[in-house]
Design a protein around this ligand. Structure first.
Ligand SMILES: Cc1ncc(COP(=O)(O)O)c(C=O)c1O
Length: 448
């Protein structure tokens, strides 16, 4: 990674705003108002192009792969779904203000944070959320886990439309239930829901469906009509819908995200719980701050009761999330445009340079779902995988790309039925690194 400007530890800390604290904190520093963050005039351009080096920060996308494969084999980590950009400066300022007050005792959920959630969803998506119906969670996963516990007896089935985010399989395993996979239909490069298949898979032992919108890993953004048809089936068959909308802020040009909770039929909405977070949008995953809501008070009561949902809060996460929603919309809008442009770059580079790979620009997310069927043939991945029960053709290609292209991307086979023949590449990084990665990939596959 010769062109990458490597940051030393001091630079990293300075960028994170940490050294600024030295000598300024005191035990009597008053707690600033939660809304503090500092205004940034709208239109101030943010820099997503300069490479921001995360190596040495315990990043799972970078450091975990370097530990596994060696520094020399990771020019670009493109697996875990987080961003390589520095967060919006308003958030850093708000966090700095808060840490000047040196106490992190238990907190109550600030009303101002709930208001920021309500306002954000109203302003951007015309989604009305009653603040009384919001439960806090330290991530979308803990919310989904307590919901599955509340609705699904051990051993019962949870519907997934696959390929589907691999973390759902972990949640399902933790709760002791079983994934029932309904494959999406791939027609002309676009995935569609297979309603007949879905309904056929529902029986007396099916109590929940996890919906992902925008969909990870395919990037599909489901239409109002898709969601309504799905909702009708699930409501009629008494299957609770868990609508994971964590990727909702990233939608590419020409597409629209429809919150499940804005569907016209109230009964369909009442049969659902929605999960959201600032983590993907504002790159705050490790701040552990998410929320869920439902118009159905019985569902919320069950999640708290039988689901044993705990609303554990993280002070800095709440500050960061509230500041993101209140003050960082312009930063996000600029990032969405940047990601859209990067998807276009991937599309044109794949078409012109990366032989044996197919790509259709997704409707949402910052994930590129690559068709690698030809590349798998080229490196004989099927035969290599057949020799070991631990591997799939896609994990063979994953290792091949680490060893020959110095990039780490995720194998499609980890996303369930329909994921084979694909790899998932996270493009939420500087375009320079995306170009480097695709160039390396093209060269490695040309040599195969
Ligand atoms: C669809 C989806 N849901 C949930 C998560 C994880 O959410 P959290 O970190 O808030 O638990 C991810 C992370 O990649 C995701 O893609």
């Amino acid at each position: 990674m010769s062109q990458q400007s490597r940051l030393d530890r001091r630079t990293f800390l300075r960028r994170a705003g940490l050294t600024a604290l030295a000598g300024t904190v005191g035990t009597t520093t008053p707690l600033p108002a939660l809304t503090t963050g500092g205004a940034q005039p709208r239109g101030t351009p943010y820099d997503f192009d300069t490479i921001y080096d995360r190596v040495g920060t315990h990043s799972s996308k970078w450091d975990a792969q370097i530990a596994r494969y060696g520094r020399e084999h990771i020019d670009v980590g493109m697996g875990t779904a987080d961003q390589d950009f520095p967060i919006a400066p308003q958030i850093t300022r708000a966090l700095r203000d808060r840490i000047a007050h040196e106490n992190y005792g238990y907190m109550t959920l600030p009303e101002s944070y709930l208001e920021s959630i309500v306002e954000w969803n109203r302003r951007r998506y015309r989604l009305e959320i009653d603040p009384e119906t919001i439960l806090h969670a330290s991530g979308v996963h803990p919310g989904i886990i307590s919901t599955l516990r509340a609705f699904c007896p051990p051993g019962s089935k949870v519907l997934l439309q696959t390929p589907s985010y691999n973390g759902f399989y972990t949640d399902i395993r933790i709760v002791g239930v079983v994934a029932e996979e309904s494959p999406l239909k791939l027609v002309n490069g676009r995935y569609g829901m297979d309603f007949e298949d879905l309904e056929r898979r529902i029986d007396h032992d099916t109590h929940a469906l996890i919906l992902c919108n925008p969909q990870n890993p395919t990037g599909n953004v489901w239409s109002r009509s898709d969601l309504t048809t799905l909702g009708e089936i699930c409501t009629r068959r008494r299957v609770v819908v868990l609508a994971d909308e964590i990727h909702c802020d990233f939608v590419t040009r020409g597409h629209t995200y429809t919150p499940y909770a804005t569907l016209d039929d109230e009964a369909i909405v009442r049969n659902s719980i929605t999960y959201k977070s600032v983590s993907k949008s504002f790159n705050l995953s490790a701040m552990k701050c998410a929320y869920l809501f439902s118009t159905n008070p019985d569902y919320l009561a069950r999640i708290r009761g039988a689901g044993q949902h705990q609303q554990s809060m993280n002070t800095l996460g709440v500050i960061a999330a509230q500041t993101a929603y209140n003050e960082c919309e312009d930063w996000l809008d600029q990032l969405i445009a940047y990601i859209d442009g990067t998807h276009q770059l991937v599309e044109s580079m794949v078409r012109s340079t990366v032989r044996n790979v197919g790509f259709v620009k997704p409707e949402g997310t910052y994930l590129a779902w690559l068709d690698v069927s030809d590349a798998l043939d080229r490196i004989g991945a099927e035969d290599t995988a057949a020799a070991s029960e631990q591997t799939t053709p896609e994990t063979v290609l994953q290792r091949y790309l680490v060893e020959h292209a110095n990039i780490h991307i995720n194998p499609g086979s980890s996303y369930g039925l329909g994921g084979s023949g694909h790899m998932r590449m996270n493009i939420a990084t500087s375009r320079q690194l995306v170009e480097l990665a695709l160039g390396n990939m093209a060269a490695a596959l040309a040599r195969a």
